[in-house]
Design a protein around this ligand. Structure first.
Ligand SMILES: C[S@@+](CC[C@H](N)C(=O)[O-])C[C@H]1O[C@@H](n2cnc3c(N)ncnc32)[C@H](O)[C@@H]1O
Length: 186
């Protein structure tokens, strides 16, 4: 398959994936992650968001089903839906920011894929509620669907500010959006 411009740029600049530019754009706009923050990155493989967090001079812990190796980042291999993985996450203490770029393996059936994506993003929110500091920030990817409004309004109630963000670098046919939420009320 022909590589698109953003993928080529990521490779040239030493990033593991094109998705790094989405986090840069979101962080430029909303200042979610600041120097010295403790960040939890859910669905971190191949590691471009971990690389971005290190550039922001944050301490970052990543979790993924797949092994991810980025110098300077802590990683946990596992399924975030499992209690034992949540325990490992909690052993790191509280976080200033929780970010999730998790995506299910797509089946090509839109209804099934959007439901799986919703379940992962809802799980990310459950984890965020367990580990976020008061006034912390949350970012979560979800495939747009009839479930999105529900998730958005649930998240919004718990933060001082929330917004839906559609990155410009998303592939044209992509249904992904991000919920950006700042100022966790605890
Ligand atoms: C789009 S990729 C993340 C890309 C990453 N943000 C980066 O920039 O390098 C989505 C990841 O979510 C992970 N994932 C999906 N379901 C998961 C689960 N239940 N637990 C942990 N990770 C999961 C996948 O293994 C995949 O690596």
């Amino acid at each position: 398959m022909k590589k698109d411009k953003t993928t080529i740029r990521a490779k040239r600049e030493g990033y593991k994936a094109r998705s790094v530019y989405k986090l840069f754009a979101i962080n430029n706009k909303y200042r979610l992650i600041k120097k010295g923050d403790r960040v939890l990155d859910l669905g971190c493989w191949p590691g471009s968001w971990l690389q971005a967090c290190l550039r922001f001079k944050a301490f970052v812990v990543g979790v993924d089903l797949r092994k991810t190796e980025i110098d300077g980042a802590e990683t946990i291999i596992g399924d975030v839906t499992e209690g034992s993985v949540l325990e490992k996450i909690e052993s790191y203490g509280e976080f200033d920011v929780v970010i999730s770029d998790m995506a299910p393996n797509t089946s090509g059936r839109l209804d099934l894929d959007t439901l799986r994506s919703y379940k992962l993003s809802a799980r990310a929110f459950v984890i965020a509620e367990r580990v976020l500091k008061k006034n912390g920030n949350f970012l979560v990817k979800v495939f747009q669907s009839r479930y999105t409004d529900d998730l958005y309004s649930t998240v919004r109630k718990k933060f001082s500010f929330a917004k839906i963000y559609k990155p410009q670098t998303s592939k044209k046919r992509s249904k992904e959006i991000y919920i950006v939420a700042c100022g966790y009320k605890g």
